[in-house]
Design a protein around this ligand. Structure first.
Ligand code: NAD
Ligand code: MG
Length: 372
């Protein structure tokens, strides 16, 4: 890749970009140390009362810091600390949030702040959409995945025992505040999972960004602050640009599912939680690149670049052997409307096509990418 694209802009204290959705537009502020700042989060909160929804892992790390900053700005804070984990993204947790809000007599002017990863963000956003038919909502994402992906786009919700993310609403926040210093405490495995979606954003839409990721992947893995800041900003720009054009997933937004058809099959086939979502997507992108190559859409070199960058991000590149179950597991994918599985393929690297593929070519990819 050319060195022209290897330049990372210098780290500024914070940068703001705007998600342009008409009267639902909102700013995303990205930077270090934003949680403890007396004006940044407080400035996004319209009223006096704030309920901070977080979990037992994040609360000991960051709840005091954000509460102190909000209190200093004259806000009244109600903390709501839920148990940690994807399995807690459920109806019972949602009810716990409503129980506290009602017990504390929180009114329609109370702002809900989501302090945590995508689980807390999705659940809190849905609570904000439903409480008193909608209260203001601010996202303070603390994982890389939530900073580059789940906090942008307005999808909120919870899981049902019969399916992930099956109950929810489109609900845009007032603002997103991504404090990159929170990533210092994030486990390496979770960081890699977030990098998977960053790589995806480059691969589907932005070749210069893909070049930049390749050139900076080691810095990203080592949590270099300037590199992470740029990766988050560019990812938010790319995702918000796609969402702006297709807020409710009528078409274009489907390209964000690159690597996800294979990835969802891996996640479900192994049992949820065994592979992290980002790990499954990383491997899924390698498989989608292999399939794209077999169909003559990308060359061998492009396929090798995808595999190498996924590997360098600390993500798996070889799929588990799901045997005969591969096809049925991919068929339950929600993109599968009207019988045929549609794949998001690269044609070439930096552009996508969405189409069904011949079964024999798919079988070749499954055989080539799976651990023997
Ligand atoms: P997560 O919220 O479970 O966070 C991962 C782990 O890191 C958790 O244990 C969490 O408590 C912990 N954690 C969070 N911040 C930390 C920090 N700063 N330091 C140390 N530990 C920290 O997982 P995630 O990957 O952030 O999000 C996954 C969820 O996001 C899934 O439920 C998925 O469905 C959802 N999601 C939603 C969208 C969307 O568009 N709404 C998009 C992608 C994913
Ligand atoms: Mg994803």
């Amino acid at each position: 890749s050319s060195s022209r694209h290897a330049m990372t802009p210098p780290l500024s204290t914070s940068q703001t970009l705007n998600v342009d959705l008409g009267d639902r537009s909102y700013p995303i502020t990205i930077g270090q140390g934003l949680l403890g700042d007396k004006t940044v989060v407080a400035g996004k909160i319209p009223g006096k009362r704030v309920a901070i929804v977080t979990n037992t892992v994040v609360a000991p790390l960051y709840l005091q810091q954000i509460t102190a900053a909000l209190t200093a700005a004259g806000k009244q804070v109600v903390p709501i600390v839920l148990p940690d984990g994807e399995e807690e993204k459920n109806w019972a947790s949602l009810m716990k949030v409503f129980d506290v809000l009602l017990t504390e007599k929180c009114d329609r002017k109370t702002t809900l702040v989501a302090l945590g990863g995508g689980v807390i963000g999705d659940l809190t956003g849905f609570a904000a959409a439903a409480y008193m038919r909608g209260v203001p909502f601010v996202q303070v994402p603390t994982t890389l995945l939530s900073q580059v992906d789940s906090s942008v786009g307005g999808k909120t919700g919870i899981n049902h025992p019969l399916g992930k993310n099956m109950i929810g609403a489109f609900y845009q926040p007032q603002a997103v505040v991504a404090d990159t210093s929170t990533l210092n405490t994030l486990p390496a495995r979770e960081l890699s999972a977030g990098l998977s979606e960053v790589i995806k954003h480059g691969a589907i839409i932005d070749p210069p960004f893909f070049d930049w990721i390749e050139a900076n992947i080691d810095k990203l893995v080592k949590k270099d602050a300037a590199a992470l800041g740029y990766a988050i900003k560019r990812s938010c720009e790319i995702k918000s640009d796609v969402v702006r054009q297709d807020e409710r997933e009528g078409g274009l937004r489907a390209i964000l599912n690159f690597g996800h058809t294979f990835g969802h099959a891996i996640e479900a086939g192994m049992g949820y939680g065994v592979w992290l979502h980002g790990e499954a997507v990383g491997c899924g992108m390698v498989m989608a690149a292999d399939l794209s190559h077999r169909l003559g859409f990308i060359d061998e070199h492009a396929k090798a670049r995808i595999t190498a960058v996924v590997k360098a991000a600390g993500l798996p590149t070889v799929a588990p052997d799901l045997g005969e179950r591969w096809i049925e597991l991919m068929e339950v994918d929600k993109k599968n409307e009207g019988g045929q599985i549609k794949f998001i393929l690269l044609k070439p690297l930096g552009k996508t096509v969405i189409m069904p593929v011949p079964l024999d070519v798919l079988q070749q990819t499954l055989a080539a990418c799976t651990k023997a």
